[in-house]
Ligand binder design. Structure first.
Ligand SMILES: Cc1ncc(C[n+]2csc(CCOP(=O)(O)OP(=O)(O)O)c2C)c(N)n1
Ligand code: SF4
Length: 540
């Protein structure tokens, strides 16, 4: 009976003729007769025997490289966003398994592209960076060069890699960047609804080639593996396919090999994976896989195009100077300036995340820059991420400042410890982001009557007024800096003064800046905290 139902599945009109004949060949009538289920005497022969799940060992489980839950949408916590039968899911699984087998999870940084795989960071429990369309090899280059001990993966579709990002992939390969590129070639733009890609086959229809791709008009398909194989630097280039289980196993080996090459520091690897897109191809997932074998592989032959470590000529002369950057740029500290090599300030925090927000022209970005300069002089890791609109003045502007004793993973701050709100708009806009136990320093005579923030200490500082009295509204941001230093003790006021002395060339303005820092500090010493809560541990 079980075999009869199998045969009826095989006879389903959507199952291909080859699969049907293979399956039917395997399901011989005598096999049907030989099948003996352990049916207990009392069970009806019309009913399938109960399945004892405990009798089976589950050998297929989600790789620990994937998150337990995918925190994208509540209804998608246990499944990916990919369409049924999409090749991206298979490639993700192969990459996860290879990283796990090689023990590289904690060393991996995955660069995801623009395309259907843009959300790879919801799945892979590794370091993740999502980058602009086509730029993954350039970003991967920067990441690998700054973190040479990491395993950096550039994961890209064919629209991403072979259209908008053609230049980036060619130059990264030509430089022999020690990254692994996984190029998922489904011959179409999947995410945007099926426009022609450089890899679309001759005659293949797409929304932008409704009569089929014509070489006379759209050119021939681009063979990226072959193209890159003309370069000297790449260490490994292979094209594989997800057309059937045998080829999937070959894809598995190729992905693993590319990662091994990077682990061993051997050079640039590139694995092109012919992959199904059942949705845009308007094909059943089984038919889509078969189509890869029938149509794509003849046009994109599977092959190992390169498998050797490139020979890099050792050039002794013209080596770049191996000296500290400050030396090379001629910006070594002047005599009497603070010793930048070690911390002058006993920091009580591990890291402090500060968001400074206001209007353009209020010195919002400059305040952030001054803080990171101070942080550097105190031996901290620092980052500064500006964000501002197209308006030169009066548009909204903010910046993210991280000061840390450890390397900073991302300069982006979603939940600051401190918000410096230079105006009411910024106070209302960003207050909810501040962590519980954090501080808001607000440039205003008092906090607006209808404003409330729970679990956060809000301090109103009339910084603009103080600055006016000191002789220049321009130093409002420096008054706020003084308040910030006094309130949080994140950096030493002495460092602030030395940075200002180096940066401010006009002596009269420098004098006002000095007074502004002092005024901001004094105000904090004398002001009343509103809604004060106890300070979080480790954060002054
Ligand atoms: C600069 C820029 N240009 C165009 C787009 C629109 N866009 C988003 S995804 C995509 C194509 C993705 O196709 P592919 O790389 O083949 O990936 P797939 O979705 O098939 O996996 C395009 C053109 C964009 N987001 N950004
Ligand atoms: S549109 Fe195609 S590539 Fe995108 S998720 Fe669906 S099947 Fe995959």
């Amino acid at each position: 009976m079980a075999n009869e139902s199998l045969l009826s599945v095989v006879d389903h009109p959507e199952v291909t003729s080859e699969l049907k004949s293979n399956a039917k060949a395997e399901i011989k009538p005598e096999v049907k007769l030989d099948v003996k289920f352990e049916i207990k005497p009392e069970a009806s022969p019309e009913v399938d025997p109960p399945v004892n799940n405990d009798a089976y060992e589950s050998i297929h489980s989600k790789s620990p490289l994937f998150y337990d839950l995918y925190e994208r949408k509540s209804e998608l916590k246990n499944q990916t966003h990919y369409c049924p039968g999409c090749g991206h899911g298979v490639v993700h699984k192969l990459i996860a398994e290879a990283l796990q087998e090689l023990g590289l999870q904690d060393k991996t940084i995955f660069v995801s592209p623009v395309g259907c795989s843009v959300f790879a960071y919801y799945y892979f429990d590794v370091g993740n960076v999502q980058v602009a369309h086509g730029r993954a090899p350039a970003s991967a280059t920067a990441i690998k060069r700054s973190c040479p001990d990491k395993v950096v993966i550039s994961y890209q579709g064919d629209g991403d890699l072979a259209a908008i990002g053609t230049a980036e992939i060619v130059h990264a390969a030509n430089r022999g960047e020690k990254i692994a590129v996984f190029f998922v070639n489904n011959g179409i733009y999947g995410m945007t609804g099926g426009q022609m890609a450089p890899t679309t086959l001759v005659g293949e229809k797409s929304t932008t080639s409704p009569w089929g791709r014509r070489p006379s008009n759209e050119g021939f398909p681009l063979h990226m593996a072959e193209l890159l194989a003309t370069l000297e630097a790449p260490a490994y280039i292979e094209r594989v396919a997800l057309s059937d289980n045998k080829n999937i196993m070959k894809a598995r080996r190729a992905i693993r090999k590319a990662l091994e090459i990077q682990r061993d520091g051997a050079g640039f690897s590139f694995v092109e994976i012919l992959s199904p897109c059942p949705t845009i191809w308007a094909k059943d997932p089984v038919v889509a896989r078969r189509w890869i074998g029938e149509k794509m592989i003849p046009a994109f032959p599977l092959n190992v195009f390169r498998d050797h470590r490139p020979e890099m000529p050792a050039i002794k002369e013209n080596q770049p100077p191996q000296r500290p950057v400050a030396d090379v740029l001629g910006i070594t500290p002047k005599a009497g300036a603070p010793d930048t090599s070690k911390s002058k300030h006993a920091h009580r925090f591990k890291d402090v995340k500060i968001k400074i927000a206001g209007f353009g022209g209020q010195g919002v970005l400059l305040l952030g820059q001054l803080l990171i300069e101070m942080g550097m002089r105190e031996g901290l890791e620092v980052s500064w991420l500006p964000s501002y609109g197209p308006e030169m003045r009066s548009g909204s502007a903010h910046c993210h400042v991280c000061l840390s004793k450890e390397r900073i993973g991302s300069p982006l701050i979603s939940h600051p410890d401190v918000l410096v709100a230079m105006n009411e708009y910024s106070l209302r806009k960003f207050a909810h982001e501040v962590v519980s136990g954090g501080v808001i320093l607000y440039n205003g005579a008092s906090v607006p009557a209808d404003f409330s923030a729970s679990e956060v200490q809000v301090v109103a500082i009339p910084a603009s007024e103080i600055a006016d009295k000191l002789g220049s509204t321009k130093v409002t941001n420096i008054v706020m800096m003084g308040a910030l230093l006094e309130e949080t003790e994140c950096l030493a006021p002495g460092t602030a003064l030395s940075v200002l002395e180096d940066k401010v060339k006009k002596l009269d303005l420098l004098e006002i800046d000095r007074k502004a820092i002092t005024a901001g500090r004094l105000f904090i010493d004398e002001q009343a905290h509103i809604g004060a809560v106890s300070q979080p541990d480790g954060f002054a």
